[in-house]
Design a protein around this ligand. Structure first.
Ligand SMILES: NC(=O)c1ccc[n+]([C@@H]2O[C@H](COP(=O)([O-])OP(=O)(O)OC[C@H]3O[C@@H](n4cnc5c(N)ncnc54)[C@H](O)[C@@H]3O)[C@@H](O)[C@H]2O)c1
Length: 343
């Protein structure tokens, strides 16, 4: 396998750079001397202070430029491409969250459809060597066959969020085909870690514990038939993206568009994940930690299991995630307790 390494002479445009994944990716590229141009609208979907804290860590790097802007603003997107002429684009800006897409659908269309369309248009007008964009495991919907493979049918998304991600894959395929843009979509599976997203379960459970509140678990209280998630540690996601960005699809039978899963390839029962979080908290705090749990029915839009096949990515770039949840959750807990001075 002959793989290309990152080229520090290139300019990488990362949308959603103040977000969880965008921040870690930007940092990794900057550490290696690359120029990173970050765009983010710094919306308040979750505590915006965390986004500012991430940006503060990026600002000391000389080759980091940040633009506060919305990718649904076409003039802004085109202007950035014209001025900075990125070699590689990584589109991570999106409205995330499955459940929120049932209550606030408009923003999903605005950011994930119109915003992504603007990024595609910019790549057409100012050609790039590679467009990498975030898709999601949610495109697999209620598929029963596991592990989920990239060749599986994904025509039955069960949330608007999933529909927008599937739409991104179709739009990227078309632009790649028509305008010869090398493009890769990455289907991320439940990403977690320090400085992660406060709207995600592991984070809200931890918040609730320190606030002395009970946690709600949407698995019907059925432990025999529990929900399964392929929880993927942030460093593994970033390493996967890093390897992919330097190795754009070569015109394989004329197709310049590829899709890869990035998931842990080891689904965990939700209850095991929660017990591990309790143990990690207990270790950090030096006392027994038990969440007060309330069990409720599964929520509309949620899926029963996610499980990534990693064969395709491993064959392409020789990598699959490796961090066990015990290690990843301990790092999250250590960060959380220090960052929020939690007792
Ligand atoms: N974290 C996960 O578990 C996960 C799983 C699957 C897919 N994804 C996808 O990965 C990407 C990154 O996710 P994340 O977990 O880092 O989420 P995040 O919300 O932390 O990061 C997204 C960032 O994009 C910004 N943003 C949103 N809409 C924007 C717009 N219209 N213009 C400019 N900036 C905008 C937000 O302010 C935020 O900082 C998203 O596309 C998400 O859908 C994440």
């Amino acid at each position: 396998m002959s793989l290309k390494a990152l080229d520090p002479n290139k300019t990488y445009l990362i949308t959603g750079a103040a977000g969880f994944i965008g921040y870690y990716l930007s940092k990794k590229l900057l550490e290696q001397g690359c120029a990173v141009m970050g765009i983010d609208n710094l919306n308040d979907f979750y505590d915006v202070n965390l986004k500012y804290a991430r940006l503060r860590e990026l600002e000391p790097y000389e080759k980091f430029t940040f633009i506060k802007g919305d990718i649904s603003d076409k003039e802004m997107v085109l202007g950035c491409f014209e001025e900075y002429k990125p070699n590689v684009v990584v589109n991570l800006a999106a409205q995330a969250g499955v459940r929120n897409s049932l209550d606030n659908p408009d923003v999903y269309i605005q950011s994930n459809i119109i915003g992504f369309f603007n990024v595609l248009e910019a790549c057409r007008r100012f050609p790039v060597e590679h467009l990498v964009y975030a898709s999601s495991s949610s495109v697999y919907g209620a598929n029963k066959k596991v592990p989920f493979e990239e060749t599986d049918s994904v025509d039955t998304p069960v949330s608007l969020y999933a529909s927008t991600k599937k739409s991104n894959e179709l739009m990227a395929y078309t632009y790649s085909h028509l305008y010869k843009i090398p493009a890769t979509g990455l289907r991320f599976f439940t990403v977690y870690g320090p400085m992660g997203r406060p709207d995600m379960a592991y984070f809200t459970f931890t918040d609730k514990y320190f606030a002395g509140k009970s946690i709600k678990i949407f698995n019907n209280g059925d432990f025999e038939n529990d929900l399964y998630r392929d929880f993927t540690y942030i460093d593994d996601i970033v390493e996967g993206i890093e390897r992919v960005i330097s190795n754009p699809p070569a015109a394989d039978h004329g197709i310049l568009h590829k899709l890869f899963n990035i998931g842990n390839n080891k689904p965990e029962k939700l209850m095991v994940f929660i017990e591990t979080l309790e143990k990690c908290l207990g270790k950090e705090l030096g006392r027994e930690v038990l969440f007060e749990k309330i069990f409720e029915p599964i929520k509309a839009g949620d899926v029963h299991a996610t499980y990534a096949s990693m064969e395709l990515l491993q064959n392409a770039v020789g990598f699959k995630p490796k961090t066990p949840i015990e290690e990843g959750l301990q790092k999250f807990v250590d960060w959380y307790v220090h960052y929020y001075k939690a007792k």
